[in-house]
Write a protein that binds this ligand. Structure first.
Ligand SMILES: NC(=O)C1=CN([C@@H]2O[C@H](COP(=O)(O)OP(=O)(O)OC[C@H]3O[C@@H](n4cnc5c(N)ncnc54)[C@H](O)[C@@H]3O)[C@@H](O)[C@H]2O)C=CC1
Ligand SMILES: O=C(O)[C@H](O)CS(=O)(=O)O
Length: 474
């Protein structure tokens, strides 16, 4: 019997008539059904969040609940990884890493719940204010709406939910319709961890309906969104004066300078160009390689790429699984064809089996090709030689995106010139653009979004500062 999951609203699991099948993205089999929300369910979820907030949780209680959730998640690691492998098509070894990161994201958020402080403001130093004392406090924003993407269905949701709860907010989550089960499991785990009803609410359904109803609801105080630039722009427009955090797309560059350690760089670039079938917004998509090392790096990259295993995500030896949908696979194949028809050289891959595309390396790409100037979000990496560091920096900055960039070099001067001149949210020296630890500030500039995630930084964004001034007699 295939399981059917409901919406999580307040203390209830709500079953509707509108069932969404959740498919195994490798076999195509339906692995579960989950109910889709109606507009009334959106209103009920907002009401449940507002009701919960009438009995605030102390920072200590929030911290204890988040620590407990982290521990419970650790005990359910294999179950959660199997769900990610099935619903997202993510290779099991990467799904296990994702669960491990989500466990850490909850633990880090538990720590941050006990560190929410303001500051003393020396107003008494101001003429006429000698009898006053002032300080700030950070208050929760209220009800947070967390809208998350398909590619990290657990950890990217946790990067919204855990800091939001740590900061004292109630949360309404809306995961991608292709991968909703991980968000349901987070609800189970938080309930087992002792989170009272209404603090975590789950709504499922298309962005074009449920997503829009959430954007329209004026009792939501804050939106934290991860997804494509186009939808992120829409979220910003609909949020109006309400604050948002937008984690959007990218076509990340990694620079391989003439003094790079190629034995370090080549396997890392091969691994991180094709991890999760390239469906990672900081994926290694654009490789800028100094001409002096271009051929040796190219050959090493091809060798390591050809060693990657393409197959069933549930097989522990698989490195690269399917794309999230046939539609995305069609798009990526069309972009590869466009590039090759326009003169790009296919060095490896370029073939398709069902919704799987063999890891593909394209050389001699030009600036106007989609595989270079747009976000491919697929198992394709492009190679372009350069002659001077200035040229590499300029080409990296030409993108309309600016999330993260990688730079491989043994020179501290080259490293710091890139660190200062690259217009991105993060510069990763001697690793690829795809490097991220869950504790670091994470987010972009330009069309890659606004705001920063990472529990310490998300808690700051999900609280608002209030100044308190006391007029006292000496
Ligand atoms: N910066 C980052 O950390 C990350 C960015 N991404 C980006 O996300 C994209 C891939 O993920 P997808 O899930 O396909 O992105 P998407 O933008 O299609 O959907 C993201 C979420 O927005 C919802 N949504 C869609 N239309 C909406 C609307 N009108 N109103 C409200 N919500 C709506 C979707 O249901 C989903 O939950 C890529 O562009 C990738 O770069 C993905 C992961 C991380
Ligand atoms: O950008 C994404 O797709 C994720 O944020 C990547 S990760 O760094 O969190 O794994």
């Amino acid at each position: 019997m295939t399981a059917t999951y409901g919406l999580l609203i307040g203390s209830k699991e709500i079953f509707t008539d509108d069932l969404l099948p959740v498919q195994d993205k490798y076999s195509g089999d339906t692995i579960a059904y989950i109910c889709q929300a109606r507009q009334a369910d959106v209103n009920d979820a907002v009401r449940a969040a507002s009701q919960a907030r009438k009995e605030p949780l102390s920072p200590y209680r929030r911290s204890q609940i988040l620590y407990a959730a982290s521990t419970i998640m650790k005990g359910r690691r294999d179950e959660l990884a199997a769900i990610i492998a099935a619903e997202a098509g993510k290779p099991l070894k990467d799904a296990l890493v994702e669960v491990g990161r989500a466990i850490e994201t909850f633990r880090l958020s538990a720590e941050e719940a006990t560190r929410i402080t303001g500051e003393m403001v020396p107003v008494e130093a101001y003429p006429g204010s000698e009898n006053r004392l002032a300080f700030t406090i950070r208050a929760p924003r209220g009800t947070v709406c967390a809208i998350s993407p398909f590619n990290f269905p657990l950890n990217l949701l946790c990067h919204k939910v855990a800091p939001a709860l740590a900061a004292g907010n109630a949360v309404i989550t809306k995961p991608a319709s292709t991968t909703p089960l991980s968000a349901y499991k987070v609800g189970e785990i938080l309930q087992e961890a002792g989170l009272p009803a209404g603090w975590y609410n789950l709504l499922v359904g298309p962005g074009s309906t449920v997503g829009e109803w959430l954007l329209d609801h004026q009792e939501i105080n804050y939106y934290t969104f991860t997804g494509s630039y186009e939808i992120g722009k829409r979220v910003q427009e609909r949020a109006g004066f309400r604050k948002t955090t937008l984690e959007l797309g990218s076509n990340a560059a990694t620079i391989i300078h003439k003094d790079a350690d190629l034995e370090l760089a080549a396997p890392l670039c091969a691994r991180m160009a094709f991890a999760n079938a390239g469906q990672v917004c900081i994926s290694v998509q654009r490789l800028l390689v100094h001409r002096d090392v271009y051929q040796s790096f190219r050959d090493a990259l091809i060798k390591h790429t050809k060693a990657l295993v393409l197959g069933d995500p549930k097989d522990p030896t698989t490195d690269v699984g399917p794309l999230i949908s046939a539609k995305e696979a069609d798009r990526i194949m069309a972009w590869i064809e466009e590039a090759c028809n326009d003169g790009a050289q296919l060095l490896s891959g370029g073939t398709r089996r069902g919704n799987m595309i063999e890891p593909t390396i394209l050389a001699d790409v030009k600036g106007e090709m989609k595989v270079w100037c747009q976000e491919i979000f697929g198992p394709v990496v492009t190679l372009v030689p350069y002659d001077s560091l200035e040229e590499a920096i300029e080409q990296t900055n030409q993108s309309e995106y600016g999330l993260q960039a990688g730079v491989f070099t043994r020179s501290i001067d080259v490293a710091f010139e890139c660190a200062k001149k690259l217009h991105v949210g993060g510069v990763i020296i001697n690793d690829t653009s795809a490097h991220r630890t869950d504790s670091m500030p994470y987010g972009g500039v330009k069309n890659s979004g606004t705001g920063r995630e990472g529990p310490k930084y998300a808690v700051q964004e999900m609280t608002e500062s209030k100044v308190i001034v006391i007029n006292h007699r000496m």
